[in-house]
Design a binder for this molecule. Structure first.
Ligand code: MRU
Length: 360
């Protein structure tokens, strides 16, 4: 379907339809907006692994729906054997991508429901689907709230740089970083977005530019190495990105290249915001050093659109994420409010204190 004919449709990245998991196929964008309908939970795990669906909140909610789907297909003669199958499914989803904690958070939540519901497998199956659908609703709701909090930090009129895609496509809908921009625009602010293309998978160029143009939000794509020069020329008023995992000291994993943008923002005295739901905060980790960084296939680097662009046989690195130290982050925008530094080791105390006196 040509993209022009899809204008103004709210983007629903993850859905439950007629007993199947329905996803926008993000590998086909921006050329084609198409949906995949998955009737087998293993296909759902594979869709996460191959990035048909991607973005931290989106993969968490997809895994939850995938587990609800898988549970419906289990034929077990006892509660114990049913729970054993659920545990196996959970392990498969946990292994699909390692960095975004939302995935683990969602899977754990589903396992907890399965284990805590009294009754037979039919009751557990119903409870799992209800839980997954609740998560989908919560995701959109928290993005909207994040948007309202974050909107107040956006310039009344100006240029905002973002990296990767933390939009409707990375969530169930509306987005985190792009949700803040959407809210600011809804609130009458005149925002123009610079979208880093985001090598190697080009989420910024393919996905961010696509979804912002669907909403008629002005967007200009830049190559990743252009941000410094634009900042020096005074053309960037603030940076906003999403997150895949935030350690308890504020260190933040996000798409590879985010750290570089944060260093540049610091040098040019430009605010650097991270918009993420509370489910992205991993209180178990003392610092970003403990966040597992996904290493992806080198073909993502060596080939563009299936065509080799590197010499044969040369070594290539392809880490999918990097860690931005908490001290480079001006503030976190969450669905509970805006959290400013210092992000201490005991992040929970800071979060509680900050939220009690949230500036918005
Ligand atoms: O590898 P991806 O495309 O899943 O990486 C996505 C990002 O890094 C996003 O910025 C992050 O998940 C936040 S999404 C709201």
């Amino acid at each position: 379907m040509p993209i022009g004919s899809q204008k103004k449709q709210p983007i629903q990245t993850v859905q439950w339809q007629s007993g199947k998991v329905c996803l926008i196929d993000q590998t086909a964008l921006p050329e084609t907006l198409k949906y995949v309908e998955l009737a087998d939970w293993r296909e759902v795990a594979e869709a996460i692994r191959t990035m048909v669906v991607r973005g931290a909140p989106a993969i968490g909610c997809t895994a939850a729906l995938g587990m609800a789907l898988g549970a419906r297909g289990i034929i077990a003669d006892s509660r114990a054997s049913f729970l054993k199958r659920i545990a196996g499914m959970a392990d498969t989803f946990r292994a699909s991508r390692p960095t975004a904690v939302n995935l683990f958070w969602a899977v754990d939540r589903m396992v907890n429901v399965a284990e805590s519901v009294e009754g037979n497998p039919v009751d557990i199956k119903d409870a799992l689907l209800t839980e997954a659908l609740t998560m989908l609703g919560e995701d959109i709701e928290s993005n909207r709230r994040m948007g309202q909090y974050g909107s107040q930090l956006m310039p009344d009129s100006g240029n905002v740089l973002t990296h990767c895609n933390a939009g409707a496509l990375a969530t169930v809908g509306f987005g985190t970083a792009l949700g803040v921009i959407r809210s600011a625009v809804e609130n009458g602010k005149r925002i123009h977005v610079y979208a880093d293309e985001t090598r190697p998978r080009l989420q910024g160029m393919k996905l961010t530019a696509w979804e912002l143009s669907q909403d008629d939000i002005p967007v200009t794509i830049i190559a990743d190495n252009m941000a410094a020069s634009l900042m020096r020329q005074g053309k960037i008023d603030c940076v906003i990105v999403g997150a895949d995992r935030i350690a308890s000291n504020g260190d933040t994993a996000n798409k590879i290249g985010t750290y570089g943008v944060a260093v540049l923002a610091k040098h040019h005295n430009i605010p650097f915001y991270v918009a993420a739901p509370m489910s992205t905060i991993d209180m178990k980790l003392a610092s970003g050093l403990q966040i597992p960084i996904e290493q992806r296939e080198t073909v993502e680097m060596t080939h563009i659109e299936g065509i080799r662009v590197s010499p044969e046989g040369v070594a290539v690195l392809n880490p999918a994420f990097d860690i931005t130290p908490g001290e480079l982050i001006t503030a976190f925008i969450t669905e509970e409010g805006v959290v400013h530094p210092p992000f201490k080791t005991k992040y929970s105390d800071v979060v509680e204190a900050e939220l009690a006196t949230a500036i918005v």
